[in-house]
Structure formats: C-alpha cells, structure tokens
Design a protein around this ligand. Sequence first.
Ligand SMILES: Nc1ncnc2c1ncn2[C@@H]1O[C@H](COP(=O)(O)OP(=O)(O)OP(=O)(O)O)[C@@H](O)[C@H]1O
Ligand SMILES: [Mg+2]
Length: 430
Amino acid sequence: MASTYLLTDLPKIKEFWESVGSDSTSKKPEITPGIAPHDALYYDRLKEVWADFCDTIGVNKSSTEERLSKSALILRREMVKKKYEVQDRSQVIETSSVNRGLQWLFTIPLGSQLSTYEKHLDYLSAALGGVDIEIESAGVGLGRMLARTVDPLEGSRDVAIYHSLTSETAVRMGRREDGQDLYIDMADAGHTIIQGQTRSGKSVFLYGLLSQLAYVDCVKIWGIDPNHVLLGPFRGLTPQIVLGTDPLAHLELLEEFVARMDSRIASLVTEGIEKISDFTPESPVEVLVLEEYASIIRGAEIYDCTQKPADRVGNKIKALVARIFAEGAKAGMRVILVIQRADASLVDGSTRANAVNRLTMGVDNGDAVRMLHPGASPELIEAITHFKNGRLFASIQREDTIAQADYIDYQDYRRAVQLSETAPAPIDYP
Ligand SMILES: Nc1ncnc2c1ncn2[C@@H]1O[C@H](COP(=O)(O)OP(=O)(O)OP(=O)(O)O)[C@@H](O)[C@H]1O
Ligand SMILES: [Mg+2]
C-alpha cells in the first residue's frame, strides 16, 4: 500500500488518536517540515522517529500510560531527547538510500504484525516530515519500508471544511512549498487582494475560503458579484449580497458597509479601544468580497457615460473601497478583492499598500506580478508566469510562500454554503 500525506492531515491525526484511545486531543499536533530522506541526517532521525512511532502504536509493549501521553508534538520533541536501547522492540536494522528516498529493514517483535504498522502509515509519514511510504514483508519477523520525498506542491488536496486548531477564524487554504498548510485568518487585521489571469484559479480559491467561512459564526459575509456564480450560493442566506451588474445596487451596498464601519469606528472611540480583535457571533469580523472587481468598476463607468456629473457612481465606488481599505481593518471589517490584474487604474497604490494579504495566481507577465509584489525576483516572476491552475504566490501578513490551493468543485461549494445555514461544520475538529 502507499499513502501520501505531506503534512499531518488533521482528520487522520484525529483518527489516529481515536485508534490509540487517547484523550489528549487538546494537545495540538505541531508538524514542522521534514528533512529529505536522502539527507544523511535523516538516517539517525529515522531511528528515533521509528522508536517513538513503535512506542506510540504499541508494537514494543510500552506501558499504556506512556502511549497515551504521546502526541505528535511530543513525539517530535522526545525523539531528539531519547536514546532507545530496549531489545524487545521493533528496530531498524538496515537503511539504504534509494532514488529520492530511503529504504529500511526493521524487525517485527513477537506478537506484532505488519498490519499494525500499516494502519498508522499516514502518521509515520507525517512524523517523517511528509513522505510517500510503502511497506511490505521481508521474511519472518522482518518488514521493509520505503519512504520517498514528494513535491509538496504537486496535486491539489480537497478543501477540508473543518476549523483550524489554533483559531476558529483561520481556514486552511492549501499547501505551502515547505510542506506546511497555508492558512488565512480573517481575525488577522488587514485586507486581501487576489489577482490572476482568467482560469488561474481565483474563484476556486474563493470557493474554498467561503465554504469554510460559511461555518464560522463570528464571520459575516458581504459581497458583490456581477456574474452570480461565486456568491450565488449565499442568496437567501444573507441580505448583504448583491448579485448582478447594477452599479447603483453596488454603490448602495458599499455605502451600507461603510456606514457599518463608521459606526464601529465611533464605538472604538467611545469605548477607548484601538481596534477590534476579538470576534463573536454578536460582533463578527465582517468580510466584503468583491468578485470581478474590474467588471464592477467598468460597469459603473459605462453607466456614468449617460449621467450628469452629480449622479456618476464610478469614482464614488472607488473612493468607498479605498476608504474601507484604509480604515476598515481596525474596525473588524475586511475586504477580499478579486481581480485579473491589480492595475493602478483600478486599484490605486494606497489601496494596494493597505492589503496585507496579496495573492497572485498565474499571470502572463512580470508587470502584473510587480504590481502586487514590487520586490519579486526575476526567478519568482518566471515561476509565477508558469503557474498551473490553483498555484499561487502568497504574501500573507508579510510572509511569502508559493502554495498549491486546495480544490473544491462548484457543486460541493454550493452545497457546503447552503448546508452551513442549518448544520455544524461537517468535521468539527476539537
Ligand atoms: N486549486 C485548484 N486545483 C486544481 N485545479 C484548479 C484549482 N483551482 C482552479 N482549478 C481549475 O482551473 C479552472 C479555472 O479556475 P477558476 O474558475 O477559479 O479561475 P478564475 O481565476 O476565477 O478565472 P476567471 O478570471 O476567468 O474567473 C477550474 O475550473 C479548475 O478546473
Ligand atoms: Mg473567476
């Protein structure tokens, strides 16, 4: 059998704890990126990980208490501290380097079976820093395992609709190049701009984000969507959604959002606090999604051609959006602006400067990259211009990484949003 889990996949970890009967789910698994299996250091590490792995799954007759006290995190820490010299345990007796990986032979102690290891391979894979693992028998009392490195960016995982361990408002969006999960946390102050050429994966990224946020009680979604697709599933669930191309309706929604922002800012002053950072269902973080922003602005400009100056809406819309970018963060108001290219004519410099999350999916030229990431190197630009669907360069809270976005298809997204009204999140990880 083979399994590929580059990271500790949280539902798998949960399953793991259930299978060993642990009640220590309050301990957060903390997974750091692994060392490549062809690295010499890995050999030593393997032995330590192996000993702990065997302890944890119980193939070396360690006491129940000892097993129960181990979490993935402890396993990580302990393995550097401990030296194991017990003889009646499973041991790695030979390691050899193979293409992109490592193969090792291990003893299977009396009373244990290969299937015991097999059941927990995902966990071992995660503990080794994310590798593809295969296992087979190598004779009586012997097993052979093969661990290979895999490209963390290869292939998209499914969007996981569950809450993160660290924060209810943080949602898993993809996998980073270092093998760790990419998170976006709406509680973090700041706005988001997502750019990428047509078919690069912007909308799918939003499906992933919104299908998860829909389940978070302390997040309230607002939005404008000229073509009905992205925000259509929210119709009937929240009144703060405008579908279609009517510029007056767009303007009205933005005015409402700004009025809400102003009243929150006023309450900050009366309460003597600097910014809202604790969110509750009564006082949620309010997230305004502007899908196809260029078409919102162009629609307004076309409308304006036939209007008297006082009735024109294009500049008003831009000015309101600029105000939200400048002042919304402290008031617990966020914007997610989606656009094919964050051109200066549509998104001005100060608006871009106020976006602390800047995501660029595939674009066809360097100017577009530099628009959001002025310091991008020629190598990075080259990489971005060759991005496949769902690949992105993410600068989140000023931390930069390349990542592969998780995938969810439109029907699943629609269903997730619709069900969020009545049901708790499908997987509610503690
Ligand atoms: N994370 C992903 N993993 C795998 N495939 C993806 C991913 N994201 C998008 N795709 C594929 O790319 C296609 C286009 O994605 P999407 O509709 O999100 O593009 P877009 O950037 O919103 O384009 P447009 O600007 O035209 O609206 C999807 O239909 C899907 O097949
Ligand atoms: Mg789209």
